[in-house]
Ligand binder design. Structure first.
Ligand code: GRF
Length: 393
């Protein structure tokens, strides 16, 4: 088995001393004049450029002290991916990275476009969204990922291969397509998202946090939250985030269709483009599903098509499954039957209780839902006429 490349997302542009410039300007009380004509996720590109570098010691220190599974670590600073990774790579090896597996933050799309910077120069100068790279033996992948995935949103971004003579030491596949998606999304207005909940709303929180994180470039914002339960904690989360929220009791309506129509009215009032179900404990009428077809997504705590409906964590344990996870899917007229956008897998351990498994799945959900929303908001994924998912890579 070969080695793999794990990437930890960056927090800033990280190169050419921008964070130093920031500090000096701050000390001198100089106000930065933003050269950008527009802003990303509410922050100006000037502010993005001056975001201080994240120091990854905390993230990897524990790992390095506990295991010798990490073969090499490269901090991606000035010199970008192309010049930093070879610093930790023997000359007879090359890494093949896949830009589909990491987020290129909007600021890089803007820089490339405004500066007319080529893909090669982007990769040679900027971190392009990857702040730290770890080289790990394939057999240690799950162990390392378990420690870094939820905490650091790390992903496997490539593989290490033998290097043919005079071949480059770093190749980033699908870079151009992903950069174009980013550029398109900065130019287009953010998609307006309505979230339907009935309870806790931890997935709602994950969506709010992700859409407000300017490096993630989700291309969407949560504009309204609707709950059919007055006591739902999710309503308080919306309140705390300053997002408009409405309690609509289904008990005040005589039919499912009538209730759903009232929900639709609220969503339309906010010019919602995408509806996310996040623990909304109601079956939707065919009319509602038709109306929002292709714009309506749900998160479910199992690896569909396995275990549909309620109490699915118990079902997975009863079935003796060795793994479970979550699924984000388009909603159709059936219960948990719509076309799948993405899934996240989590292990099931023999000692697991429903509570432990539910908690593990929740962590996976909080990464999966924003990812799926990003794919839909940016047009990376869409629902075809035949009810199948179309991936526009
Ligand atoms: C999640 O497990 C989701 O998959 C299911 O309902 C639960 C909602 O949890 N549809 P929360 O309210 O987002 O915490």
């Amino acid at each position: 088995m070969g080695d793999i490349v794990i990437g930890i997302p960056s927090s800033g542009v990280h190169s050419n001393g921008f964070s130093l410039v920031h500090k000096v300007m701050e000390q001198a009380g100089v106000t930065f004049k933003d050269p950008a004509p527009f802003s990303a996720n509410g922050r100006t590109f000037g502010a993005e450029l001056l975001t201080p570098t994240k120091i990854y010691v905390e993230a990897v220190h524990e790992l390095l002290s506990q295991t010798d599974a990490i073969k090499a670590v490269a901090h991606i600073t000035g010199g970008g991916l192309i010049e930093n990774i070879p610093r930790v790579l023997p000359s007879d090896l090359t890494v093949s990275l896949n830009a589909d597996n990491f987020n290129i933050p909007p600021v890089f799309g803007w820089l490339a476009e405004e500066g007319g910077i080529s893909d090669f120069e982007m990769q040679r100068t900027y971190n392009c969204g990857i702040g730290l790279v770890l080289i790990v033996a394939k057999e240690n992948e799950s162990m390392v990922m378990e420690k870094l995935y939820y905490k650091e949103k790390a992903t496997v971004i490539g593989t290490v291969k033998p290097r043919a003579q005079s071949a480059p030491q770093v190749v980033v596949n699908n870079f151009s397509t992903n950069l174009k998606f980013v550029q398109r999304s900065i130019r287009s207005p953010k998609k307006r998202v309505g979230v339907l909940i009935s309870g806790n709303g931890s997935n709602l929180q994950a969506l709010i946090d992700a859409t407000r994180n300017s490096t993630m470039g989700i291309g969407a914002e949560v504009v309204c939250v609707i709950s059919n339960q007055q006591a739902a904690l999710g309503l308080k989360r919306a309140e705390a985030a300053g997002i408009s929220h409405t309690f609509l009791s289904h008990k005040d309506y005589t039919s499912r269709q009538e209730y759903d129509l009232a929900v639709s009215k609220v969503l339309e009032g906010f010019n919602v483009n995408i509806v996310c179900l996040a623990g909304f404990m109601r079956i939707l009428s065919p009319e509602f599903v038709q109306m929002w077809r292709g714009k309506l997504i749900n998160i479910h705590p199992s690896l569909l098509p396995k275990h549909k409906g309620l109490n699915v964590q118990q079902m997975a344990l009863d079935a003796g499954d060795s793994e479970s996870g979550c699924t984000v899917h388009f909603v159709d007229e059936g219960v948990d039957t719509g076309a799948i956008i993405i899934q996240e897998v989590v292990p099931i351990y023999p000692v697991d209780t429903v509570t432990a498994l539910t908690e593990r799945i929740h962590k996976a959900e909080h990464l999966a839902y924003p990812k799926a929303l990003r794919m839909l908001a940016r047009g990376i994924v869409q629902l075809g006429q035949d009810g199948q998912v179309i991936f526009n890579y």
